[in-house]
Structure formats: C-alpha cells, structure tokens
Design a binder for this molecule. Structure first.
Ligand SMILES: C[S@@+](CC[C@H](N)C(=O)[O-])C[C@H]1O[C@@H](n2cnc3c(N)ncnc32)[C@H](O)[C@@H]1O
Length: 388
C-alpha cells in the first residue's frame, strides 16, 4: 500500500471509531477484510489511528470537524506536516483538499488549554490537583506513543544476557533506569513476540513503571507468601515470583482474565497458584486495583475520552471495596500493597487516606509515584503494614 492509501484506510477506521466502534477490534476486522495488506501496512495504519486517538481533541480542533478525514487532516496540520502530499486523490489516496479545507485557520491558534493538552475539560483540574506543575508536561507526554518495555526474568537470566539474546534476533534494546529488570526496546519491537527470548520466558512485555512498582514491594515480600488479589493477566504475579517472593497466589474476581496465567508461568519457569477463594493468613496481599488507567492513556487512548465523572466515582467505590475485602486476608505483621496505573490522587493517596481513616491497626510504610515523565506509565503504589 502507498502511504496515501494507508492514510485513507486510517480515515475509514477512525470514522467507525468516532461512531462508537472499539479501535483495536476495528483494526482487526479491517485486516481480515483486506488480506492484501501486509504486516507493515497494518502496523502503519494502526499507528495513524492511535496517534489520532491520543491527540483527538487537538486534531478535531485543527481539522475543524469530527470525521475521520478531518481528524487525520487536523493531526497532520498540527504536527506541521503538509497534507497535500497525502490527500492527492490518486489511486487509493484520500480526495484532494477542498477549498474550505485549504482555508482552515492556523492549527491550535486560540485553542483552550484542555484542547492543546488533549484532555477532557473536567479531568484537567483534577489532574492539576494531583500533579501540580507537572500536569502540562505529563499530558504532553501522553500525546505520544509509549515505548515498548520488556521485563527481564531475573530468575532465569541477567539483563545483559537478555539484551544480547535479543540483539542476536535483530531486536535492539537498552537498559532503562526505572528498574533493574527493565529493557526499553529501541529497534524492531514487532519481532519481540516471535523471538526465542520471549518464547523461552527470558523476557515478558511489561511497562517499566509497573516493574518498578513490583520492585518497590519486593523488599517486604522476599521469601514470603503473597496473594495477588487482582491478578488479571498476571503481569505483577509473574514479576513477584521472578523477583524472589516465596510463594505467589493469584486471584481475580473475573477468573477468565487469568486464563493465560498458567501458560505464562510455565514459560517463565515459575509457579503461580490460581485460587478462587483466597484464605487469610497471607504474609502480603497486593491489590493492583482497576482504575481510570490515566497513567496508561498513551497505550489506551480511547479510555481518555471515555472516562466520565460518574465512572470515576464508581471506580473509587470499587477500589475501597477491594481494600476492605483484601485487608483481612493479611496476617498480623504482614503487608497490604495498593497499586494503580492512575495519575489521579482520588484513586491513589485519597483511597489510602480513606482506608486508614475507616480501619485501625494499619501503618503506611512506603509510597511511590511515577509519571510518564519518568519514562514509563503513570503508576502509584502504597505499602501498609498490619499491626502485630
Ligand atoms: C489493573 S487490573 C490488574 C492487572 C494485573 N495485576 C497485571 O499486572 O497484569 C485490575 C483487575 O482487578 C480485577 N478486579 C476488579 N474488581 C475486583 C474485585 N472486587 N476483586 C478482585 N479482583 C477484582 C479486574 O478483573 C482486573 O483484572
């Protein structure tokens, strides 16, 4: 496909997404219906679609319209790229620019702050209350693609050896300062899942801040029995097992989410016991709670536009419930860790404060916050100790 045809495909997909379709699913359906498109074409179209979704508000503003065409046009204009080279009307290219499109005002000229920062109006003050002066740079970082990070399986190999193994398969990477197990993939990231290092469980795909959050918990759980109460796909459970936790149990209210976990654990060469009804007496319980995902909006840009005040309120209620359900499972003297990939204090520090206010016998012993300015996703973890 030509670059112009890729833009035309992205415009069609964006039209469906703006009508309410889910981007990932729409891209998959498009690939199935257009078998002639190679993997390079599909990847380029996906990049266009996700770039536009990350910058949806500013692109709509610059393109002066909420259609796939206007959003794509706005994206190119606000990046300072000349749309005429792509909107040629030749072959499968988008139709040439109309006189009206050519006469559009300068991109983002007098756009309000939430438009420039690509965020919903009501979310901006809440982020400002949480992040202060870092708000604008953090939101700006969320307008760009996220790096691809790998977690080196420390139980099986070293970061240097994994890096060499990947290099032999043409995958370039560099150690990332956020965490001793993190490699940032700098070249040929699309080869990772087919690589021997990945297949053999030497590396896993995992955000660097997510790895750093587990590393912050490890000093409290080395050799201990840890329950990952919201295990989902098991990313944290696997990192805990590889990092030296004694025994790792995994639980999730939605057990289907853990279906890949046994295979992932086998690949990593570690043991994770999936439990439907966790019992008490745990040395430590990790609650990696469902959240707005605001720290990961680079990866899931649709979530940035879907969040409502009502949904956020529901999430904080679920977060409180999870802390109330999980905390009695910790033995006296044990640890309760609470983590989210949210940048909003109402999902982070405020939840810990509310928990400490309504319960007795807990002390906060550690807290760490990461934002995309540290390189990875936004992340929060607090570790509480239960009195003896
Ligand atoms: C942020 S995700 C977990 C991600 C996972 N820990 C990882 O590292 O890949 C949150 C998970 O919490 C689960 N969850 C939601 N409510 C829950 C509850 N009341 N009890 C246990 N798990 C819950 C969801 O099903 C979801 O899988």
């Amino acid at each position: 496909m030509t670059p112009e045809a890729r833009v035309a495909a992205a415009i069609d997909i964006l039209d469906a997404v703006l009508d309410g379709a889910v981007a990932e699913q729409t891209l998959t359906n498009w690939g199935r219906a257009h078998r002639f498109a190679g993997s390079g074409d599909r990847a380029a179209i996906r990049d266009h679609v996700f770039d536009a979704l990350r910058r949806l508000r500013s692109s709509e503003w610059s393109g002066q319209g909420r259609t796939g065409r206007r959003v794509m046009l706005g994206l190119l204009r606000s990046r300072g790229e000349d749309p005429d080279g792509l909107f040629t009307g030749i072959g499968h290219a988008p139709a040439p620019l109309t006189d009206e499109e050519r006469a559009l005002p300068p991109p983002l000229g007098d756009a309000p702050e939430p438009v420039r920062l690509d965020v919903q109006d009501w979310v901006l003050p809440r982020l400002q209350a949480s992040l202060g002066d870092a708000t604008a740079p953090v939101l700006d970082a969320l307008r760009d693609r996220a790096p691809v990070f790998l977690r080196v399986n420390a139980a099986r190999t070293s970061r240097e050896a994994a890096q060499s193994d990947l290099a032999r398969e043409g995958i370039e990477s560099r150690p990332h300062p956020l965490c001793g197990t993190a490699l940032e993939v700098t070249g040929h990231a699309r080869r990772v899942q087919a690589s021997a290092a990945y297949r053999d469980g030497l590396v896993e795909l995992q955000d660097a801040a997510s790895q750093a959050a587990v590393a912050a918990l490890l000093p409290y759980v080395t050799g201990a029995t840890v329950l990952d109460y919201c295990a989902g796909g098991g990313g944290k459970a696997l990192a805990l097992a590889a990092g030296g936790a004694g025994r790792v149990l995994a639980h999730d209210v939605n057990s289907g989410r853990m279906s890949d976990l046994p295979a992932r654990a086998e690949r990593a060469g570690c043991r994770i016991d999936v439990v439907a009804r966790p019992k008490g007496g745990m040395d430590a319980v990790l609650c990696d709670a469902p959240c707005s995902g605001s720290g990961a909006w680079r990866r899931q840009p649709e979530a940035k536009w879907r969040l409502t005040p009502h949904a956020l309120e529901d999430l904080t209620r679920i977060q409180d419930t999870i802390l109330d359900e999980a905390s009695p499972l910790v033995r006296p003297g044990g640890y309760l860790a609470y983590a989210t990939c949210s940048l909003l204090d109402e999902e982070n520090g405020a939840r810990i404060q509310a928990f400490l206010t309504r319960t007795t016998g807990w002390t906060e012993v550690a807290r760490q916050v990461w934002t995309p300015l540290d390189g990875g996703d936004g992340f929060f973890i607090a570790v509480l100790r239960r009195a003896e």
